[in-house]
Design a protein. Structure first.
Lengths: 395, 395
């Protein structure tokens, strides 16, 4: 008998599943495999030189203050700078609305800690972000899932769920959703906010990709539309670099004492040094130009993947061409399984993530997700070609 | 009605108390106040130049890898280097026993998440570290407290508590305890391990100060004595700098999949950049010399505070002279209250933390804690003089 079974580890922790994505990532890290499985930003696009400059500026300007303990809410100067930065999209935002988190994953965890008692319901999209499910599952949430179409979550289904399940919050990824790539329309956003107001519950707006649009017009964000009805999660991970684990939660000011206490229990505060580096990077004024560059690069990779799919996948495979973000979502012909096909794809040295883990209540067996941000042009064409062959061979 | 009351925040979160220490820190940050309230390492002692060099090395050697996502268990090279570093004190340690955490506070949270169901009992010292109580309180732990004497937790009281409360683990701060400054004797450590083995539960060995000994001989650590019976928490916060939020949890290898999953739910992984900086700092070989320096400095500050207390405090105040760590623990004469006295101390421009929050089940009204690491010689003498006067005036 192993040590931890002998000890009193709580049942719901023993029952937590290992992240299937992390398992697939291990598989797909074998040499020679072309992987569309991860969700990583392209490392060659990190503004390495500018971040090194910002790190040296942090030492130069703040000395030991960038190495000392700091506030649970975040470094005050960073909260101010983030408020300035976000004000282009969220006119009403103030530093008092911002809590710095250790990555958006911690934002999800803080929301879960604040709202979820075991058995509580959450409304979420079907499919939805699997990392959010991980955080919510720890607190033994249950899910009322709502289907999506090209305009995002089908809000007509939400009111029924609100009446039936008395959920704690509505969780959405409204922009270039992970995994589906779908963006919620303005009309749907307004309808969802109306419902949240009517039923007195918050919308959790998970928004890591909002600034990564490659075509079309921005849709006004949920926090800008809904104000204090909305708790938003944003992060530097996809627009600058994930390695500092610095993200931020935007919430009503009167909710902040709750999040502050929960943050204190979790890790006291997010790392001071990373906050200072990103403060200096924001102040350098280089982020807008950098965003243009990654939009160009990722947009071109998306276009190339779409072109390769049109060339190499059989017509029976359908897919969503996303206007932004990192992912392309596809559906296999009836009778096929994304999970079963993966073993064969790995044999052919190409990897993806199959879709079923993104369905909180099961389903999605024919779906799979392709990441286009972290592969070279050659890898995209060759990988899609291999995958197309595998699909054709197994139809 | 405020937003969050209208929303469904869980009851036990609404009931969480604000950190009293954080409240006192706000009070004591007024200009002109000499504060012995915090637990901060001295910022002028941070190896700023060497850390800046390490940060530049991290960019130079790892490029975009120090900016990318990393493993939930921690950067492999750092886990290896930590195993090497710890092997001087823990002969059997391997990288597989090490999980990098976002500060020791997260280590406490991960332990709480893994073991505590609402209402579960924990055995802890009386007094004990208030930050641990915060993490454990979130999961609605109850406490079986065990008194301390000069040799630490009185282990004779532990078996009764084990039988009566069926606790999930035994939490101890065995070296220069925060707040009492007491170090657990070798004999007590061995007895405690025997009991933990007999009753099949882990000892949580919270050890941020173990390397900060200013006099006497090291006592062999709990993990070295007890092996896989012990889960240890160590941190760079007190020996290098807290601003990177990099610490580590040492646990049995077969327990690691549990902690890995719980870590994934919490924040995916600790910040890559800070891990790389501390990896390079460890590899530079400068930590042992730096430790000598801070031991000298903090040891001299402790001596000065003891000397000032002997000169300025009335004889009726008793105190523990610690062999290391950051804190000196004192007890007021019968009839006085550490809490009541604080208001008067703040008026006289000197601050401390009163002792009652460190008592999980109440008590300790006469006690208070003084930090000696983060004050200049002049501040120590003047602050203790002011405090002595306040005590005499209120006896």
């Amino acid at each position: 008998m192993t040590t931890f079974k002998k000890w009193g580890v709580v049942d719901h922790v023993l029952n937590l599943e290992n992240s299937i994505i992390r398992e697939i990532l291990k598989l797909s890290s074998q040499p020679g495999i072309i992987s569309f499985a991860g969700g990583l930003p392209a490392p060659e696009m990190f503004p390495e030189t500018d971040l090194r400059e910002a790190a040296n500026q942090a030492f130069e300007k703040y000395h030991h203050n960038c190495l000392q303990y700091s506030f649970s809410m975040g470094v005050p100067e960073l909260r101010q700078e983030l408020a300035n930065y976000c004000s282009a999209r969220i006119p009403e935002i103030r530093p008092e609305n911002i809590l710095v988190t250790s990555g958006s994953q911690q934002g999800l965890d803080l929301v879960a800690r604040a709202f979820i008692d075991p058995g509580d319901y959450i409304i979420c999209e079907q499919p939805t972000y699997v990392g959010a499910l991980q955080s919510f599952n720890f607190f033994q949430a249950r899910y009322a899932t709502v289907e999506m179409d090209d305009d995002g979550m089908i809000v007509d289904q939400v009111e029924e769920a609100l009446k039936r399940y008395n959920p704690k919050f509505i969780y959405v990824v409204p922009n270039f959703q992970n995994p589906s790539g779908i963006t919620m329309s303005l009309q749907r956003r307004l309808e969802l906010i109306d419902l949240a107001n009517k039923y007195n519950l918050p919308i959790i707006d998970d928004n890591p990709y909002g600034e990564l649009r490659y075509e079309g017009e921005d849709v006004t964000g949920l926090r800008a539309l809904g104000g204090d009805t909305v708790i938003s999660l944003s992060t530097f991970s996809k627009i600058v670099a994930p390695g500092f684990r610095i993200a931020w939660l935007i919430a009503p000011e009167d909710m902040m004492p709750v999040f502050e206490r929960v943050k204190q229990c979790s890790d006291l505060h997010s790392n001071t040094f990373g906050q200072m580096v990103l403060l200096e990077y924001l102040r350098s004024g280089k982020l807008p130009g950098h965003l243009d560059l990654i939009r160009q690069t990722y947009g071109a990779r998306r276009d190339l993947m779409v072109k390769a799919i049109d060339e190499y996948f059989p017509d029976e495979v359908t897919y969503v061409k996303p206007d932004g973000g990192l992912f392309l979502w596809a559906t296999l012909p009836v009778g096929m399984s994304g999970k079963d096909l993966l073993a064969k794809a790995i044999e052919a040295k190409v990897a993806y993530v199959y879709g079923s883990p993104f369905f909180a209540n099961g389903g999605g067996e024919r779906t799979f997700r392709l990441n286009f941000s972290n592969a070279s042009d050659e890898q995209i064409v060759e990988g899609i070609k291999r995958l197309g062959n595998i699909i054709k061979e197994n139809m």
